[in-house]
Design a protein around this ligand. Structure first.
Ligand code: PMP
Length: 445
């Protein structure tokens, strides 16, 4: 009852202050594209728990697969025995890998753990120490993952020294070069690849460099798709110097961008591919996929974890892959994506001095607002910029929440990100877009 939950809420005081929270109350249930709170509020979920419940909350087939597995066996420690869902999941994943060379799997619980394992794998098999990551990258909050994360200082402020041997180059995002959204893609790419050459000449010798880690769509850094030429450039530098290319698809993978994996837009082959989040639609599971030729160099026992590759999570993930095929998810993502882009581009056309950029891929979409100081005088008049409210993105997100839709901001810029369920109905997507339009108008007014 609600009196039970209001007395429970008191224990919120006993939850660490280290966690942030964007909605009030207690979330009690989820169904498809909606979640409900203890006070009866029903909210449209445009976060999917940060890109996790991609097939909607409590998808019947996935929940049933997990429940059935619970009655069979829950925990099989991965160094004690294979379990059936573990191997069945590999059988289902092999045909959808973005490159047939990716034939060696190990499973963990979280995205961060997958990143840690990838860094360890890269160092072990190359015998080299250094790692290059992207400015604006997010790879997680554990120590190695935090060291390659470059999106916000909040994740590592006050906890240095971090893991040594990490270097970074700009990601081809106009902000990172102090430019405006109209800078040409080729100019962006060539400047970033030039910085990579410079880094390898000045700071980390290729023979000391184990890996480059990249998100094919920069997530927490602002929802920016990497141009194909950039990913091809990274691949060719890696090939030239024997450096491994780690592609982090923890957020962009599993159909989020309109292909199974975002790296498929470029045709570039990863040496190590990371996935999590949408992989098991809410059950904790991540995967590190590489080539057998590389992972054969690992000593048995050098990798592992008590819960890694949990049987219930693997059974859920098997149902996820089946549901994606059976429910024809990919074409749906692309249809809804076109509708969302059309709606947001109309807003941009109507509010050119407030909406600076609409970008992303598939249903990983962002709107960036102009900042009052304005990174670009070319985009609007000084008078119009003066009228732009401070902290526009978080104010818009807050208004959306008040109007019944949960939505997140991202990056150090004024960015609101859309991560709706991949199987959301056209009507619910339209409803979400309308709530967003109203929220923007309310904040501007
Ligand atoms: N990599 C990327 C690209 C991510 O977006 C995230 C999570 N937002 C992570 C790694 C870390 O995953 P987790 O929170 O499951 O540790």
């Amino acid at each position: 009852t609600s009196s039970d939950s209001s007395s429970l809420l008191e224990y919120g005081r006993n939850v660490t202050n280290g966690l942030g929270r964007i909605t009030e109350g207690i979330l009690t249930s989820g169904n498809g594209s909606y979640v409900e709170y203890d006070d009866g509020r029903k909210m449209l979920d445009f976060t999917c728990g940060i890109g996790v419940t991609n097939l909607g909350h409590c998808h019947p087939k996935i929940s049933k697969a997990a429940a059935d597995q619970c009655m069979n066996v829950v925990h099989v420690q991965c160094s004690i025995a294979f379990h059936e869902p573990y191997l069945r999941l590999i059988k289902k994943l092999l045909p959808i890998m973005p490159d047939p060379s990716l034939d060696s799997f190990f499973f963990w619980n979280s995205g961060s753990e997958a990143v840690e394992a990838a860094l360890k794998l890269a160092r072990t098999v190359t015998g080299r120490q250094n790692i290059i990551s992207m400015q604006g990258a997010y790879h997680g909050r554990t120590f190695g993952a935090m060291a390659v994360t470059k999106s916000k200082t909040i994740y590592s402020k006050g906890v240095a020294p971090l893991m040594p041997g990490v270097f970074s180059i700009p990601f081809p995002f106009w902000h990172q070069l102090g430019q405006t959204p109209d800078l040409s893609e080729s100019a962006l790419v060539s400047q970033c690849l030039y910085q990579l050459d410079l880094l390898l000449a000045q700071q980390t010798a290729p023979s000391d460099t184990a890996a480059i880690i990249v998100e094919p769509v920069l997530g927490e850094g602002g929802y920016v798709a990497a141009p194909t030429a950039f990913l091809e450039g990274l691949r060719s530098v890696c090939d030239k110097h024997g450096i491994l290319l780690i592609v982090d698809e923890v957020q962009s993978g599993f159909c989020r961008t309109g292909k199974f994996f975002a790296i498929e837009y470029s045709g570039v082959r990863p040496d190590i591919l990371l996935m999590a989040k949408g992989l098991a639609n809410g059950f904790p599971l991540s995967a590190v996929v590489s080539r057998k030729e590389l992972t054969d160099k690992l000593a048995p026992g050098s990798m592992g974890g008590t819960y890694a590759g949990n049987a219930v999570s693997c059974a859920a993930a098997c149902a996820v892959v089946d549901a994606i095929h059976e429910e024809n998810i990919l074409p749906k993502v692309n249809e809804r994506s076109a509708e969302l882009f059309a709606s947001l581009n109309a807003l941009k056309a109507a509010r050119p001095s407030h909406v600076l950029d609409v970008r992303g891929r598939g249903l990983m979409v962002a709107v960036e607002f102009a900042t009052p100081a304005g990174p670009s005088a070319a985009h609007d008049s000084v008078t119009a910029r003066d009228a732009i409210p401070a902290q526009m993105a978080s104010r818009v997100a807050k208004k959306c929440i008040e109007r019944g839709m949960i939505i997140l901001t991202t990056s150090v810029y004024e960015v609101v990100r859309f991560i709706p369920p991949l199987n959301i109905s056209a009507a619910d997507l339209k409803k979400g877009a309308e709530i967003f339009h109203e929220a923007v108008e309310e904040v501007i007014r």
